[in-house]
Design a protein around this ligand. Structure first.
Ligand code: AMP
Ligand code: MN
Ligand code: MN
Length: 314
C-alpha cells in the first residue's frame, strides 16, 4: 500500500524499537541511508539496530557508526515493533526477513518497487534513498549532525555517479548543498569512495580484456569469472568504463560471484534496462538496473544478450 512521507514519519514516531535494513550487495545509498536513519532515530530516543545480510565493500567502512551494523546469524530473532526497509523492495533482504514479524515500512526510489504486502513510500524521481531520508529528517524534527550528513551525502554521491547521471536534479543538488552546510566534506568522501585495492584494479583490467560487442556495437558487455571476482570486494564503476563507448546504448557486466550465481549490472543511454532486469527477476531504474542469474557464466551471457536484443529491437 502506498503512503505519504508524513504517514511514514507517523509510523516511525509510534514505534519503540526499530530494525532497519537495506538490500544485499549493499551500495553507498543502502549503507548511507540506513546509517543516517539509525542515528536520527537514536537522537530521538528510539532504539534502532541495522541488520544487513551481506558483506559491505571496504570503501564504506569509514562511514560514521559503520561498526554498529550487524549481519544476522542463523536462526536469530530480533525484538522490534517496526522494520524499516530502505533502498529496495522486500525481496532482496536475505535472512533479515526472518529476524522479526514486525510490520514493514518500506522507503525507496526504485521504479520497479510495487510495494506488495508492505506500507511503501516511494519517490521514483528521488536520485537516492538518502534524498528521501533527508526529507524524512524534517518530518521527524531530527537534527542533521555532521555524521548524519556524511552518510546521506555518500548515498547521493554514489547513486548519481557524483552528480553526473540523469537522476541528478536541482533538488538533489539543493540537498547536497544543505548537507555541506551541515558539515560534510565532499573531497574527503570522494577520496574514501574512489580508493581501490590493487586486486580491484587488476580485476578491472581483466574485465576490460573480456569486452565483447553485440548488435552492431550498440551493446557492450564484460564478464568476470569467479576466480578473478573472488580476489576483491567491489566492481563499482567498472561498467562505466564501457558505457562511455560512443556507439553503445546498453552496457553490461556479469560477475560470477559464486559457481552458478551471476550478478548482472546494466547501464543504458536510452533503453529502459529496469524492464529487462525485471523480466529476469531483478529490478532497478531506467538507466541502471540489475539482476542475479543462477546459471553458469556462459548461460548467463546468452540469456542476457538475448533479453537485451529483444529490448533494443522494440
Ligand atoms: P548495480 O548495477 O548493482 O549498481 O545496480 C543498479 C541498480 O539496479 C541499483 O539501483 C540496484 O539497486 C538495482 N538492482 C541491482 N540488482 C538488482 C536485483 N537483483 N533486483 C532488483 N534491483 C536490482
Ligand atoms: Mn542501492
Ligand atoms: Mn539507491
Amino acid at each position: 500500500m502506498l503512503i505519504t512521507l508524513k504517514e511514514a514519519a507517523e509510523k516511525i514516531k509510534a514505534a519503540n524499537k526499530i530494525l532497519i535494513t537495506a538490500h544485499v550487495q549493499p551500495d553507498g545509498d543502502a549503507i548511507g541511508s540506513t546509517l543516517a536513519l539509525m542515528q536520527m532515530l537514536q537522537s530521538l530516543g528510539k532504539p534502532a539496530q541495522i541488520f544487513i545480510d551481506d558483506t559491505v565493500r571496504k570503501n564504506l567502512h569509514a562511514l560514521p557508526h559503520f561498526e554498529e551494523i550487524r549481519r544476522p546469524v542463523d536462526g536469530e530473532k530480533f525484538d522490534a515493533d517496526l522494520m524499516i526497509v530502505l533502498d529496495t523492495s522486500i525481496d532482496r533482504l536475505g535472512n533479515v526477513r526472518k529476524l522479526t514479524d514486525a510490520p514493514i515500512l518500506n522507503i525507496d526510489h526504485h521504479v520497479t518497487n510495487s510495494g506488495e504486502g508492505v506500507e511503501l513510500y516511494v519517490e521514483k524521481k528521488a536520485a537516492a534513498t538518502c534524498e528521501i531520508v533527508f526529507k524524512l529528517a524534517r518530518e521527524l524534527n531530527a537534527t542533521i549532525t555532521p555524521d548524519i550528513a556524511t552518510c546521506l551525502y555518500t548515498g547521493l554521491a554514489t547513486d548519481t555517479g557524483f552528480f553526473q547521471f540523469s537522476n541528478t536534479r536541482a533538488e538533489t543538488l539543493a540537498v547536497a548543498s544543505e548537507l555541506i552546510r551541515c558539515g560534510v566534506s565532499p573531497h574527503f568522501i570522494s577520496e574514501q569512495l574512489e580508493s581501490k585495492s590493487l586486486a580491484e584494479v587488476r580485476g578491472l583490467s581483466a574485465a576490460l580484456n573480456s569486452l565483447k560487442m553485440f548488435y552492431g556495437d550498440k551493446v557492450a558487455g564484460m564478464i568476470l569469472d569467479h576466480a578473478t571476482a573472488k580476489t576483491f570486494d567491489s566492481t563499482e564503476g567498472f561498467i562505466d568504463e564501457i558505457r562511455v563507448i560512443e556507439t553503445v546504448d546498453v552496457a553490461f557486466l556479469i560477475t560470477e560471484k559464486a559457481p552458478n550465481f551471476c550478478r548482472v549490472s546494466m547501464r543504458s543511454k536510452g533503453v529502459d534496462v529496469s524492464k529487462i532486469a525485471a523480466r529476469l527477476g531483478g529490478g532497478g531504474h531506467i538507466r541502471a538496473a540489475g539482476c542475479t542469474l543462477k546459471t553458469t557464466l556462459d548461460e548467463a551471457e546468452k540469456i542476457l544478450v538475448a533479453a537485451i536484443g529483444n529490448a533494443i529491437r522494440n
